[in-house]
Write a protein that binds this ligand. Structure first.
Ligand SMILES: [Zn+2]
Length: 435
């Protein structure tokens, strides 16, 4: 009998976990992505899938393959996953983070849920298709990226700027972060599907003043001006804004849980949500968190300038009004420099693909109910959305009810249930065959 996707997904995931693809943020010390991309290329080559390995810099490898569908005139579906992982400090872990150990029903390792699990699922599904001669209804573009964890400059952002041709005809995409279960009771599990992401704006504030001697009376101190601005931003609470995705989330969760969640009183509603509140607490307002300070070079010299970095996250459609509000908080004299900017994305929760997600989940879990959500962080979807692609976070996993899943992302002892991986393969296969 042929090996099936369910048979080999755990092994594929284990192999990927054993390749250390730590993304340090420094291109010189990030080397594993190339090895991982070559591993994926070999597994695809074995079953006759042609791949393109695209390097944005030495060892920063991205991989793309197109699986032709029965009707290539239809819009293609992009299935994407990043191969890099955030660093892991082995001394904090109960198992070596890059050993791919299997115990207690879990596969352990850095990247187990973020996101070598989905990387392995997509690989397993396509390998089974090729072995059995199955042709999907429309073109599937498989894309494995580098550098998702440190700004995407060597990965998805580079790909869409330099190899947009590889995504020609792609209308929709699935990737992280969504499709996993949140257990309400034995008969009901909510599967959160990501349909929107907040935007990211790293700003540097610069204050300028008159330099001088620390022993004099001085009324134009850059450090004082900057400190006032930073404190004002850090203490400011931006007003709540309910986007269409959050409104839909609250309405649907309210219906599913039979509790009253009024979208017009989002703070009150979220307070009633228990564990999910963590996930969406930051999705009802813009945020601005001071993260770095820089000023001065000697204890008795008043410097002429001082600067601070503010990590700002904006809701879809809020970037401009956010900036106006920020300007009001810091006053007219502080200079604002845009260090890094990625726009928010949002798509509606409807259409055939969304229906197929729900159907694929329900076929494997009769208690499944899909709910759209807005994520406060960012993923490769931000880059792909610039090509006009509708992006969804859907990397299906059925999770044990007591598992604190969100804590595993970038967390210590990251691990994925092996049964969850097999479940994910079955759901993904159904979805791709029926969309
Ligand atoms: Zn990720």
């Amino acid at each position: 009998m042929d090996t099936t996707a369910v048979d080999e997904v755990v092994g594929l995931c284990r192999d990927l976990l054993r390749i250390d693809t730590t993304n340090t943020g420094d291109p010189r010390t990030t080397v594993g992505e190339r090895v991982a991309a070559e591993y994926v290329a070999e597994r695809l080559d074995e079953v006759g899938v042609e791949t393109r390995l695209l390097e944005s810099a030495p060892n920063r490898a991205n991989l793309i393959a197109r699986i032709p569908g029965a009707d290539s005139s239809r819009g293609a579906l992009l299935v994407h996953g990043h191969l890099d992982v955030v660093p892991a400090d082995a001394s904090e872990w109960s198992v070596p983070p890059f050993a791919g150990e299997e115990k207690d029903g879990y596969l352990w390792g850095r990247g187990a849920v973020d996101m070598k699990d989905f990387d392995a699922m997509a690989l397993a599904v396509v390998r089974e298709w090729k072995r059995t001669g199955y042709v999907p209804p429309r073109d599937i573009v498989l894309c494995y990226t580098a550098d998702e964890e440190a700004g995407m400059e060597y990965g998805s952002q580079w790909l869409v700027r330099n190899h947009a041709d590889a995504f020609e005809g792609v209308t929709e995409a699935i990737g992280e972060v969504g499709g996993y279960s949140y257990t309400v009771n034995d008969d009901l599990r909510l599967y959160l599907v990501q349909t929107a992401e907040k935007g990211l704006d790293w700003l540097r504030l610069h204050a300028h003043g008159r330099p001088g001697h620390g022993s004099f009376i001085h009324d134009d101190n850059a450090v004082t001006a900057l400190a006032e601005a930073v404190a004002a931003v850090g203490r400011h609470r931006f007003p709540t804004v309910v986007t269409p995705t959050v409104r839909q989330f609250l309405e649907q969760v309210s219906e599913a849980l039979h509790i009253d969640l009024n979208p017009d009183e989002p703070e009150l509603a979220i307070a009633k949500l228990g564990p999910i509140a963590n996930l969406i607490g930051a999705t009802i307002r813009n945020t601005a968190n001071p993260t770095r300070l820089e000023a001065g070079y000697k204890d008795n010299v008043i410097p002429g300038k001082a600067s601070a970095t503010i990590d700002c996250r904006t809701l879809p459609g809020q970037a401009d009004s956010f900036l106006a509000e920020l300007r009001e908080i810091i006053g007219p004299d502080i200079e604002i420099e845009h260090v890094h900017q990625q726009s928010a994305v949002e798509t509606s929760f409807d259409g055939d693909l969304v229906d197929a997600m729900g159907a694929a989940l329900r076929a494997e879990d009769p208690g499944a109910r899909t709910v759209p959500y807005l994520m406060s962080g960012g993923t490769d979807a931000k880059a792909f959305a610039t090509l006009g692609i509708r992006c969804f976070g859907f990397a299906p996993l059925r999770l044990p009810p007591d598992l604190n899943f969100s804590a595993l992302f970038h967390g210590i002892d990251e691990r994925v249930p092996t049964e969850g991986l097999k479940f994910g393969v079955r759901v993904l296969d159904r979805l791709l065959r029926n969309s």
